[in-house]
Design a protein around this ligand. Sequence first.
Ligand SMILES: Nc1nc2c(ncn2[C@@H]2O[C@H](COP(=O)(O)OP(=O)(O)O)[C@@H](O)[C@H]2O)c(=O)[nH]1
Ligand SMILES: [Mg+2]
Length: 365
Amino acid sequence: MPYSVGIVGLTNAGKSTVFSALTSIKVPCEAYPFCTIDPNRGMVAVPDDRLDQLAKLIKPEKVVPAVIEFVDIAGLVKGAHKGEGLGNQFLAEIRAVDAIAEVVRCFENPKVSHPEGSIDPVRDAETIIFELIQKDLETVNKRLEKAQKMLRVGDKQAQLEAELCQKMKSVLEQLQPLDQMAYSAEELTILAEMKPLTLKKKFYIANLGEEAISQKSPYLARLNEFAEKRGIKVAPFFGKLEAEVHELDKSEQDVFLKEMGIARSGLDEVIRAGKEALDLITFYTVVGGKELRNWLIPRGTKAPQAAGKVHTDFESGFIKAEVVRFEDFVRLGGEQEARKQGAVLLEGKDYLVQDGDIIHFRFKT
Ligand SMILES: Nc1nc2c(ncn2[C@@H]2O[C@H](COP(=O)(O)OP(=O)(O)O)[C@@H](O)[C@H]2O)c(=O)[nH]1
Ligand SMILES: [Mg+2]
């Protein structure tokens, strides 16, 4: 399954607009068995300059780009944790995604009402954090109760869980999100299962209005300042414009963007920000010189698990990985020369795949 990014934000922040802009870039669906048609879910090809370079060099029959799935999650309102608006439904949806893209309204438009009555990106960002914190408190309290019961019957793991929950609780009660705290490896195992919402990787999409083309947006400046303090990346985005641009023919798009005074599409930046927030790296495979693909994996993935992304049999039958670094591959002009020059590295099951590796997996069936 692809990595998923949930588009989250207050009502009328422009989530659906951003979603429709993002998913306007079509990916070849036949390459993905999981590519279902759903109005709220869309597969987006990850822009990758190295993939383009490799394609020019290898001239494969087919290039299949890696995708990230974007999910348009129903709008959040103040009081959502208490069940206001769609309440719990969207919280379950957020729990299910790998990362959050939070659309923050930075556009003025009197015709589009704001649930709080005015444009204030920092207040909106804080509202969302508050709602997610409240929901996490609920989760942590339930877990703590359970752990304390288990403690009484002398469960060892329960001790660790109870301590962790106490720690989380005190952070949350100070209205701080859980990503501001460090965790041990043992704690991370528990957290991976608990999936607290304020620990999810996230970035902001500052949804800018047309007025921000000609003059710097004071809203964006404020959001940037807020996000920087928390170490969260901001991707500025002209949601409505981008959505409109992609309704045009390819040839008209550049003209339109130029006329509007926008240098280039911001879509790439948003997708890149998503990849960065997920902390993913890319490796490449070429099957029989025919099909060139790139794959996304978490940084720190070992070769057999990377192989498993390509094919489940590859993981269980993993023998070796033949690796060429991207720079070597390009410098030497392809695999043949890389082989001659000894630039193909033979790596075993403990090898940590590096960003840009071009890999041929050797496996037994
Ligand atoms: N002027 C302007 N309007 C926008 C922009 N983004 C969204 N809108 C409008 O705001 C309204 C709500 O947007 P929508 O994407 O449905 O918001 P959602 O509730 O977050 O999904 C729609 O009428 C959009 O056309 C923008 O960047 N500029
Ligand atoms: Mg919507």
